[in-house]
Design a protein around this ligand. Structure first.
Ligand code: 5GP
Ligand code: MG
Length: 190
């Protein structure tokens, strides 16, 4: 594979150890919450994976989580509007409709404008789940168009365009093992 012009922001080993740490912390929280809510040990946490970007992060995260869980993928695609009109969101696979009374964790690759995660969170919250958490690999430090907080973020990064670890540019580079900032010369070429 030809390598894109990009600078490594977060290395493979750093990602692996931080994701394990977050998986363990999230699992402890979920277990304490289950006991506090008086839920049985058989209770299943519902993990909403925002495809396709969350795929790589989620694969590592869930293997660091010794928790009874079900994996529920959703697919939303955001498309850019003009500078004056608001951006839209296509729902390709919506959130499942059976989240009432259940503990939900929404997992995504990156919190950027917040539009996607805010919309997914609203759709989940409408069903009156027992709890909702948002967990992301990356959180951009910026003002969001649609305010939504990540309850757990593995890394805070500057407001740059990044690839790797599930994040693509034009469908490519999701398989890079680290997180890289794509050089402006790469996306200006297109
Ligand atoms: P939102 O702007 O709604 O917070 O993010 C929507 C989606 O845009 C993210 O889930 C992610 O797939 C994509 N996205 C946002 N920022 C970046 C970025 O820096 N690089 C890549 N490759 N995708 C991004
Ligand atoms: Mg995404």
């Amino acid at each position: 594979m030809s390598e894109p012009q990009a600078t490594v922001l977060i290395g493979e080993r750093e990602i692996a150890s931080r994701v394990r740490e977050v998986g363990a912390a999230l699992s402890r929280e979920l277990e304490q919450e289950r006991e506090a809510m008086g839920l049985p040990e058989s209770d299943r946490v519902q993990l909403i994976l925002v495809m396709t970007g969350a795929l790589v992060f989620a694969a590592d995260l869930i293997r660091a989580m010794p928790v009874r869980m079900e994996i529920r993928p959703v697919t939303f695609s955001s498309y850019p509007g003009t500078a004056t009109s608001s951006q839209g969101l296509d729902v390709i696979q919506d959130v499942p409709g059976d989240l009432g009374g259940r503990r939900v964790v929404i997992v995504d690759d990156i919190l950027d404008s917040g539009r996607t995660l805010a919309e997914i969170r609203r759709r989940v919250a409408k069903q009156n789940p027992a709890s909702v958490r948002v967990c992301v690999l990356l959180r951009k430090t910026k003002d969001r168009d649609d305010p939504v907080e990540a309850d757990l973020a593995c890394f805070d990064i500057p407001d740059a365009f990044v690839i790797g670890c599930g994040l693509d540019y034009d469908g490519l580079y999701r398989n890079l093992p680290d997180v890289r900032e794509l050089a402006e010369s790469e996306w200006k070429k297109a």
